[in-house]
Design a protein around this ligand. Sequence first.
Ligand code: BGC
Length: 733
Amino acid sequence: MSGRSVSAQETNKAIEHKVKHLLSQMTLEEKVGQMTQIDITVVGALDGQHAENPIDPAKLEDALLNRHVGSILNTPFAPDNKAQPIETWRKMMKTIQDASSKTRLKIPVIYGIDAIHGATYTQNSVLFPQAINMAATFNSELAFKEGEITAREVRASGQQWNFSTVMDIGRQPLWPRLWETFGEDVHLATVMGTSYIKGHQGDDFSAADKLPTCLKHYVGYSYPLNGKDRTPAWIGERTLREYFLPTFEAGVKAGSPTVMVNSAEVDGIPGHANHHYLTTILRGEMGFKGFTVSDWEDIKRLYTRDRLAASPKEAVKIAVMAGIDMSMVPFDFSFYDLLVELVKSGEVPMSRINEAVSRILTVKYQAGLFDPKPLLPIEGNFATAEAIETNRQAARESIVLAKNDNNILPLKKDANILVAGPTANLLSVMNGGWTITWQGDTESLYPQEKLTVLEAIQKKATGKVTYVGGDSFDAPIDIQKVVNEAKNNDVILLSLGEKPYTETVGNIESLNLDQAQVDLANAAIATGKPVVLLTLGGRPRIITSIAERVSGVVLGFLPGMEGGEAFADILYGDYNPNGKLPISYPRNTNGITPYDYKPIESFEQNTYNPLYPFGHGLSYTSFETSGLKVEKDKVNMGKNVNVTVNVKNTGALKGKEAVLLYINDVAASVTRPNKQLKAFKKVELAPGQTESLSFTLTPHDLSFIGVNLKRIVEPGDFKVMVGKETVGFTVTK
Ligand code: BGC
C-alpha cells in the first residue's frame, strides 16, 4: 500500500469522525438547510445596486441564519445572469463565507457554478472548445489540461464546485446538448471525461487550485426519443448498462464526488424519482459515496410537470426517498419547509436525512471548505498566456478537415478571398451555450480582443479579404453581392452553421440548415469559383448537397474562444489538422445510425451511410497503419490481449494522427456492434517516420451486458481492427 493511500485513509477516517460529531449537534432545520440549494438571485441586491458586490446582506442572512441554506449557485442575476469580473466574484464569495461563519455551527456554503468549458461566468476566462470538440482531439492530455486550467480559474474566482463534466453520451444529434457531450462513443467519452476530472481534481481537491466536479446528468438524459431536450428516453436496462452507465461509473471511479440527476425521464420514470437508478445502481452497484444534487427545479416538476406526485410535498418525499441528497430548488425555500414537515410527520425518516447530510458535509470537508485556504492570486492563475496557448492548441486539434479535393487547402496567403456567411464574424457561434451567459448568444459581451474566423483570416492574409455577411447571425446576407464579389476573388470561404443555444431553447424539428444559408451556398457554388465550406455549431446540420459540390469542408463545431485563430492556422497551413469526428455526421436528417451499429442495421436494405463516419478527419500529410498483430491467437478467459500496430507518416509534412483500435465479438448471446472503439493513441510523426504502438485489451474491453443484465465475456472469436487491417483471436474457457 502506498504512503498516499494510507494518509488518504487517515483523512477519510478523520473526516468521518468530524461529520458524525457535527451531525450530532445539528437540529432538523439545520440538516434540511444543508440539503437546500438556492439561486444567487434569492440573496441578490436589486438590479443595478452594489454592482461591485451584488449581494443583499439582509437576504443572505435570512437564507443562511433562518433557513440554514447549504449551497448557492449561478451567476447574478435572473433574468440576465451574466459573467462578472473576477474581483466581483471574489468579493461575493468572501461575503458569503463571512456570513456562513456567523451561523451557529459555522458550516460553510458550497458555491456551485456551470464552468462547462472554462470559467463560464468569470469575465475574460479561458474558454475552451466545448466537449464535442475536445472529443474530436482524441487527445486525453488536452482534456486533462482543460480540467486543470478550468479548476484553477474557477478557484481564483472563489467558487467551490463545478457542475461539469457531462458524462452523457451523444447519440441523438437533434438533442440541443449534443455538443456538451464527448460524442457518440462510450470509450472515447470515458477517456476524455475521466482525464478532465483528474486534471480538475488532482489527487486532493482541497488544494488551492482544485475543486470537485459533478457528473451529469445521471442517467439516460442524452437520448430523448424525439430529440427535444427534457423529453422521454426509451432505454431498456441492458442498453442503459451497456451505453449510458459506463461513463458515469468511470467518473465515480475517477473520484468525482457529486452527481447531478437527469431532468427528464427514462422508461416512464422521471430521473428524480428513480430509486433503482439513484440508489440501487448508483450506490449499491457503483459504490458512489458522494452526494446527488437535483437539476434545476426538478423536484417541483415531479408535481408541476410530470404529475407523478399529487402535491409539491409528495414530490419532495418521492425525490428524497429515491435518493436525491440536495435540491436545486432554486428560487424559494419550499423544499426546506416541506421537508421539515415531512420529517416531523414521520413520512421521511430521520435516517434518510442524516445520510444525505453526512454525504454533503463529507464533500465540504474533502473540498477543504471548513478550513478555507486564501484565494489564489489572480496574477499567474487566471487567463495566463500559457493557458491561452493550451486553449489554442486544443482548438486546432478539435477542428476536422473533412474534405480537401485537389488540395484546395491550405490556402496561399496571397490569395484573394471572399468570406461569406452568418458564422464568419461572430465569437458566439464558436463558443455556444454556457459562454458568458447561459445561452451564450450575447455577442456584445464577448471579449473584443478575441478574433472571429474572419478577423483571424484578415490577420494572416497578405492577399485581399472581402467579407459579405451581417453583424448578427440572423442579419440577411446580400447574395447578389456575394455573386458580384466572387469574380474578383480566387476562392470563396463559406461560413455556415448554427447560432448558440442550450437546453430546451435549442430544440429543433429538423437537422436541415435554414433555407437562407442553403440559398447562399447555392449561389456561391454557382459562381464557379472554388468554395471551401466551414461549419460552426453544436450539431451536425445537414450539409450533404453543399459538401458534395464544394472543394473543401472544414467542420468546426464549437472550438471556443481561440477558434478563429485555430481556423486561420489550419486554413493557411500554419497548423496541420488532425481532429477526427467523435460522432457520425449524418448524410440526411433521419440518417442517425451510430458507427457502432448492430448487424441488423447493415442487413439487406439497411446501411450505415453517414456523410462522414465516426473517426473521419484528414490531414495535409498522410498516414498508414500496418503490421497489426495480436500477441496470441488463443487467449484464456480473464487474461489481457496485447496488440501492436505500426503507424507511418507517408506524406511530406509533420503531423499528428490518432490511431483508433476497434473490436468485434463475432458471435454472442446478445447482438454485438459491428465494431466498438476500445483504445486510441495520438502520435506526432515527421515525414517518413514510423512508430510502433502497443495496446492492451482487458477482459472488460471484451465484455458486454448479457441476457441476465450482468456483464460477461463469452468464449469465442474476436476481431481487432485498425485502419484497413483486421486480425483475430479466440477467447477460450
Ligand atoms: C442544467 C444543468 C445545470 C443547471 C444549473 C440546468 O438547467 O440542466 O446542466 O448544471 O441548470 O445551472
